[in-house]
Design a protein around this ligand. Structure first.
Ligand code: ATP
Ligand code: MG
Length: 466
């Protein structure tokens, strides 16, 4: 390889890592797999860092890597031959350990399937990449695989209505695949602000929100408005059937109570336009929490895009989170998926209601895993989400990130990912990603494959450019 006197070599001081030197262009890229012909046998390794250097007028690449499946015992070795790993070995490596989710292909080896381990979703996951990097598309592909190949219930908070077709297949998908998918996706339920064909109403009940959230909706401060706040607390606590079913029931009860303070609260509700909010369940409709409990669906897509006001989207999220937390002792595993997670869980909440949502996410990020509540949060930048939520994520699915500052923040926050691979995300094209953490057998550089289901809100066509 590389002409006389310059061959690719590797050596190891501990038998678990290696250093290498290789002629440029000999198929040993950053993140790629190699075979190291060590004395203890041919070992598969992964290149985790790379820089170039010039030696005797030739350019070489050099750096450290990790030996995979090295036998126990710290067997150091002197320079031995190193070569690019054949696809077959890489596919074998990725195909083991229950890595059943087929996301696409490897970026550097289009013949090898990029795989994720379903079991790794028993940890929290951050999907990061700038606008247009392909997060939503890839998230959809991942949800398809989870639907197809696992029994993990999915609850998707979908602020743009991007995932509303998760139950259908695209035209042109292989018939056998489409049939298998249709069978697996039978229990996918889509709920939206405006019910229509195939979309049930997305609703919440007053009693599902919790007193603090109702107070936040009514802009009541526990200190400045202590009288009203306290009256509200007591009214909610003493309501029949553990809380008011609907806002109408509450306003009616306040109106006929003859209590001056409750009347003030009723006026507040009316003045702030809280009572006509579309998200409230009318008597006959079921709330999203009721759908989740009664039907135990395969997946619920909660499309909040049709709600005009942000407070409605947040209120729906708060009700869902409140319900999941209140019922955590059921220990029923689920993946709570939040696209555009900064919408409901921003680093800097804009008002008390949003702050409540952030508190709930923080609690679930810290303690949810014990109860089977796992998060998958998608957002454009790390600093858009609270640090103490992100720091609990053991999986990073990273797409293109242009900002060097964001890449540095990600590398420091996700210490389990080789920093040079994080840095590489600045060069990613559409649909390219770094998959790392519990979900990935090794850090993989991947390219997302074609979707089985239609995208909900695809980008606006750019035919205006011609
Ligand atoms: N792997 C892919 N193959 C083909 N097209 C893709 C792929 N990934 C994304 N696209 C297309 O690129 C566009 C942008 O992708 P997407 O909406 O997923 O980006 P995003 O990262 O979610 O952006 P935003 O942060 O603005 O929501 C979409 O039109 C989508 O159809
Ligand atoms: Mg998106």
């Amino acid at each position: 390889m590389g002409g006389p006197g310059v061959t690719a070599v590797a050596w190891s001081i501990d038998g678990t890592t290696f250093s290498y030197r290789s002629p440029l262009g000999s198929g040993v890229p950053l993140g790629g797999y190699v075979v190291v012909t060590a004395p203890q046998g041919a070992l598969l390794g992964q290149v985790l860092s790379q820089r170039s250097l010039e030696e005797a007028g030739r350019r070489l690449v050099t750096g450290p890597g990790r030996l995979l499946d090295a036998p126990p015992g710290l067997i150091a070795f002197e320079e031995v031959a190193l070569s690019a790993a054949p696809d077959r070995l890489v596919a074998e490596r990725l195909g083991r350990r229950g890595a059943t989710l087929e996301l696409g292909t490897l970026r550097g080896a289009p013949e090898v399937t990029a795989r994720l381990e379903a079991k790794g979703f028993n940890r929290h996951t951050f999907l990061c990449g700038q606008s247009g990097a392909g997060k939503t598309y890839s998230l959809g592909r991942l949800l398809e695989e989870l639907v197809l190949r696992t029994r993990l219930p999915l609850l998707v908070l979908d602020p743009n209505g991007d995932h509303v077709h998760l139950g259908q297949t695209r035209t042109g998908v292989d018939q056998a695949v489409a049939a298998a998918y249709a069978e697996a996706a039978r229990g996918v339920q889509v709920l939206g602000a405006e019910p229509r064909d195939g979309v049930a109403p997305l609703r919440i009940r007053l009693k599902e929100l919790g007193a603090a959230a109702v107070a936040a909706l009514l802009q009541l401060d526990p200190i400045a408005d202590r009288e009203e706040y306290n009256a509200l607390l007591h009214a909610l606590r003493s309501a029949p059937a553990a809380g008011f079913e609907s806002v109408e029931a509450a306003t009616e009860a306040f109106r006929i109570s003859g209590d001056e303070v409750l009347e003030q609260i009723r006026m507040r509700m009316e003045n702030l336009g809280v009572d006509p909010m579309a998200a409230w369940a009318k008597r006959s409709a079921r709330s999203v929490a009721e759908v989740w409990e009664q039907d135990r669906p395969r997946a619920v897509i909660a499309d909040t895009s049709g709600f005009e006001e942000r407070r409605e989207r947040i209120a729906v999220s708060v009700a869902v989170l409140e319900h999941l937390w209140a019922n955590r002792q059921q220990r029923r595993p689920l993946l709570l998926v939040v696209d555009e997670a900064h919408d409901v869980c921003p680093a800097e909440p804009a008002d008390p209601l949003q702050r409540l949502a952030v508190d709930q996410f923080t609690r679930i990020a810290g303690e949810g895993r014990k109860y089977g509540i796992h998060l998958l949060l998608a957002s454009q930048r790390p600093d858009k989400l609270p640090e103490n939520v992100l720091s609990q994520c053991d999986n990073l699915l990273l797409m293109r990130v242009n900002s060097a500052g964001d890449r540095a923040a990600l590398a420091s926050m996700f210490g389990f990912v080789p920093p040079e691979l994080v840095e590489l995300s600045g060069t990613f094209g559409l649909g390219e990603s770094l998959l790392a953490g519990r979900v990935s057998p090794d850090p993989q550089l991947a390219r997302t494959g074609a979707r089985l289901t239609p995208e909900g809100g695809a980008d606006i066509p750019t035919d205006w450019a011609t």
